[in-house]
Structure formats: structure tokens, C-alpha cells
Design a protein around this ligand. Structure first.
Ligand SMILES: *Cc1c(COP(=O)(O)O)cnc(C)c1O
Length: 367
């Protein structure tokens, strides 16, 4: 049996009529840039997250970049983040001329270890960027507490976690800014790139709105230098349709995760831990195993889609050699980078497919 890692065609087939209508309506009205669908989708995301404002931007990366700009992150500054994430989390810090300062992760959740944040704070620190990896929020209370005591901003990289909750609050609504990505493989994915910033602060929201249109207000008058970073009207129309289904999809992902958890529980496999503070939405279902590369070979041979997020921790990326980190500096990230493999968990995965994935992995681990 062939089991794809992700199959967006199944999702499209299930909501084709609504999706096609939304797309054709934008084509018909031709308001392609910041059309009414953008504003309406922003209002829906703000309501969904219970934040006052939501601003659509061109990507999750830009959501982070613009948020850090509003925090006035500049050359010479430092931003504290996790060593175990997609590259964009660190890349945006560097693109502003600042330095990412990497903190090791908690071995159970793959998220930044809050206990290690405070000792990385220096007079140059401007902000903390926790990443809610794989669909589970980082432990935010101690991070917010440290940030308050040191007068730092908190930018949540919630690219993988729209709909996840921390102590009942939605991911993205906890820090000063929440940043979402609508990259197609995220739980709420567009037909291309897109992103969103949520915040409760009216001035910061306005700054993001100005930055996404080249820093102009009014049009053609530039008090600051901004970007071309708008959420396309077409994407907003598509995403508004999908948002209605998001909670249902998250529930299905959680059911798949539960089935994997119970199937793997007595085996030599580390399964994801859902913390008591957390409502996990499983953008990825990631296991850790000792013979990871052999398992990947086995899965490939059995035609089961999978990937390893992430094989190289950020502090050991070649482009960050100049920062001077060495192997062994952030041991938990380094260990997990050699052990992780993510397996299919999308809502449309069938029971038969999941059983095949489970038996294939069991056979490898026990065989
Ligand atoms: C996907 C992702 C991003 C970047 O989002 P894009 O929309 O692809 O720019 C940033 N951080 C994390 C953790 C991500 O998973």
C-alpha cells in the first residue's frame, strides 16, 4: 500500500464546491490586492484567536519579520529562540541584522526549555521568540514572566499551531505578537504562500499594516521603509473557506495521534507528549527512535511518506558557523535531530492506511 505523507487532493475533493465558488468570486470581482476578502478573513482569524487585531501578510516568515521590525529589532540586538525549528525562525532575526541566541529544547515537547531562557538574556536582548513546534504550544507562562521582568517583547512563532491552545488560550494570542503561516502543509494551508500576525495592541497592529505596504501611509508617503508583503485576496478567500473546517480537522488529527500513541506505547519508540497545559493540534506526529535512518529506509521501501523535522539544529547550520556554536552546546536538540521522524497524520488518513503505517513501524522496531 502506498501512503502519502500528506495528500491535499483529498481535502480539496471534500470541499471543492465551496473552494471553487470562493476562487471564482475573486476572479469575477478582480480586487486582487487587499480586496474585501482579506479584511473579512482577518476579522475571522482575530475572532478565532480572541485577539483584537489580525493582519494578513505574504508568508509566515514575513509575519515574523514584520513583528520583529515593530519590536525595533536592529543590527547589534539579540533575539532568543529555540535551536530546534524551521530555519525561518532564526533567518528573520539575522535578516534584521540581529543575532539569534539559541536555547536548547525540552526533550519531551521539542519546544524551547523555558528554564534555560533567562541565563541567555544580555543587555542586547530585545525579544524572545518561542516556537510552538509540531502543533503544541511552548510552556508560555515562565517565558512571559521572564520577558516581563526584563522588559522584552514576546513574538510567538505559531506557524505550525493555529488552533492549538495553552491553558485554554489560543496559540498566537499569548505573547505580544502571534505569527501564523498558511503554507500549504500547515493545518490551515492556502494554495500558495500566506501569513498572518495577531496582536491586541492597536499601535503595533497599525505598524504591521503600514510595513506590509512599503511603509506608506497615506499611499506614496513613506515615513518608514517597509515591504511588499500582503496576503493575496485569492488566498484569503480560500483560507476563509478552510477556517470553517479547521477545528474538525484538528480533532481528526488528534484521533490519529491517539491511535499511534496507544499502538506504540510498549515499544522502543518515543511518542509525542501532550502536556497538561496543552491542546495539541498535531501539524506533525513526530516519533523519536534510535535507528532513525534505517527506519526511514524501511518506510521508503514500504512506500510510506515521512520526513525528519529537523535533521540539523539551527545552531549547527552552516550559515551560522560564524556564531561559534559547537557540537555538544545544545545536546537535547542535537540528539533529537538524529532521532526524529514524522509520519502521516493528516485528517483524511484512512484507518486502513494508519493500520499499515503502524504495522510497518512495529515490524521494524520489534524485528
Ligand atoms: C512554516 C514555518 C515558518 C515559515 O512560514 P512560511 O509561510 O513558509 O514563510 C516559520 N516557522 C515555522 C516553525 C514554520 O513551520
Amino acid at each position: 500500500m502506498k501512503v502519502p505523507f500528506l495528500d491535499l487532493k483529498r481535502q480539496y475533493d471534500a470541499i471543492k464546491k465551496e473552494m471553487d465558488e470562493a476562487v471564482f468570486s475573486v476572479l469575477f470581482n478582480t480586487k486582487f490586492i487587499l480586496g474585501p476578502e482579506v479584511k473579512s478573513f482577518e476579522e475571522k482569524v482575530a475572532a478565532y484567536c480572541a485577539t483584537k487585531y489580525a493582519i494578513g501578510v505574504a508568508s509566515g516568515t514575513d509575519a515574523l519579520l514584520l513583528s520583529l521590525r515593530v519590536c525595533e529589532v536592529k543590527p547589534g540586538d539579540e533575539v532568543i529562540t529555540t535551536s530546534f525549528s524551521f530555519f525561518a525562525s532564526a533567518g528573520v532575526i539575522s535578516r534584521l541584522g540581529a543575532t539569534p541566541v539559541f536555547v536548547d529544547i525540552d526533550a519531551d515537547t521539542y519546544n524551547i526549555d523555558p528554564a534555560q531562557v533567562e541565563k541567555k538574556i544580555s543587555p542586547k536582548t530585545k525579544a524572545i521568540m518561542p516556537v510552538h513546534l509540531f502543533g503544541q504550544c511552548a510552556d508560555m507562562d515562565p517565558i512571559i514572566d521572564v520577558a516581563k521582568r526584563h522588559n522584552l517583547k514576546v513574538v510567538e512563532d505559531a506557524a505550525q499551531s493555529i488552533g492549538a491552545k495553552y491553558k485554554g488560550e489560543k496559540a498566537g494570542a499569548i505573547g505580544d505578537f502571534g505569527c501564523f503561516s498558511f503554507f500549504p502543509s500547515k493545518n490551515l494551508g492556502g494554495a500558495g504562500d500566506g501569513g498572518m500576525v495577531v496582536t491586541d495592541d492597536p499601535e503595533m497592529a497599525e505598524m504591521i499594516r503600514i510595513l506590509r505596504v512599503h511603509g506608506s501611509k497615506p499611499k506614496y508617503y513613506h515615513s518608514i521603509i517597509g515591504y511588499n508583503s500582503r496576503l493575496d485576496t485569492l488566498q484569503a478567500a480560500i483560507l476563509a473557506v478552510k477556517l470553517k473546517h479547521l477545528d474538525d480537522w484538528s480533532k481528526k488529527r488528534r484521533k490519529h495521534a491517539e491511535a499511534y500513541n496507544s499502538a506504540f506505547k510498549d515499544l522502543d519508540i518515543i511518542t509525542p507528549k501532550e502536556e497538561s497545559y496543552s491542546y495539541h493540534i498535531y501539524n506533525q506526529y513526530t516519533i523519536a527512535v534510535k535507528k532513525r535512518d534505517e527506519l526511514r529506509k524501511h518506510l521508503k521501501q514500504k512506500e510510506i511518506g515521512h520526513d525528519s523535522y529537523y535533521p540539523v539544529p539551527l545552531h549547527l547550520q552552516e550559515c551560522y558557523k560564524f556564531l561559534g556554536y559547537n557540537k555538544g552546546d545544545l545536546p537535547v536538540s542535537e540528539k533529537r535531530a538524529e532521532e526524529v521522524v514524522s509520519i502521516p497524520v493528516y485528517p483524511e488518513l484512512t484507518q486502513q492506511e494508519q493500520e499499515y503505517v503502524i504495522s510497518t513501524i512495529k515490524e521494524f522496531v520489534t524485528g
